[in-house]
Design a protein around this ligand. Sequence first.
Ligand code: BGC
Length: 368
Amino acid sequence: MKKKVVSLMLVAAMAATLFAGCGNKTEETQTPDAAPSTEAQTADADATADAAADAVGGDLADKKVGVCIYQFSDNFMTLFRGELENYLVSQGFSKDNITIVDGANDQATQTGQIDNFIAEGVDVLIINPVNSSSAETITDKVVEAGIPLVYINREPSADEEARWEENGWNVTYVGCDARQSGTMQGEMIVDLGLETVDLNGDGKIQYIMVEGDPENVDAQYRTEFSVKALTDAGLDVDCLTDQVGNWQQDQAQQIVANALGQYGNDIEVVFCNNDAMALGALQAIESAGRTVGTDIYLVGVDALSEALENVLSGKMTGTVFNDHFSQSHSAADAAIKFLNGETNEYYIGCDYVKVTADNAQEILDMVK
Ligand code: BGC
């Protein structure tokens, strides 16, 4: 297990330097601010599906789809794969021809699953890679087999995406820009105002960061851009510790429990790269007798139902809706276009939505 522990002394010494998760990097933020309405997304999806179904003359029922998920136990990817399967079926695929496999967070296992799908002769592959850095090898074998490929959730490198375009391959990536979600997390803290968040009155925001898998660009960007939103707003920040919770609730609970033991009331904000880890953080916060919204602030990403309930009851400051409907529908639509002999853009994006107590009910109604 990779683990990053940053000591208080080190942070003090390096506060102003570049430091993974605890530094002030200065990249351009891309923060599209308008999220498409659900009605609009559904209407778009229906229109695309109708057009695709007409064009292939109902052939989708005979097409075999192989879906590789990096790990079934991941809460967010569970929502994603459920919606992906439902949507594929609603577009005319037969449930029997959709095979979804669990990579068990092991690239060798997933590579074997991809080899099996190729041997079986699936018509299209949708892949959530265990390691984004394995994309080049995966792409090569899938393209060689003449199978169109839609990557989801874990974005391959810019060089890898450029290769698809240069070669005109039937490969695309569907996902959201995690810089946007990180920025939204930071903005929710900024919106509370320094007076509210700076509980110890030292003019700085003391925070801890709980990161997802650092191999994953979503974790890297959320870590960087959540803090950047604070510094962009002119706030001084002080990173007490930045550790890897691998997207998992139990690991985050342990990290935050330890941090609360070490830094106590100095912790003003807990940033978690996803909601599963925010739920773990909340358990640790409550066990330590601290109260979110009163003497500590907590933000996550994904908008899991449980996190939304917590935002509504004030146990979490906010979260960011990671739209699994839009992403799974776009992935399926891209697959349909490939099957239909059409091309896709090489990057298909989607917008995150900031969630506070003001709109949490609306999002909860949508995801439940
Ligand atoms: C989600 C995480 C999830 C990860 C898996 C991220 O976009 O926010 O909850 O664990 O994807 O790759």
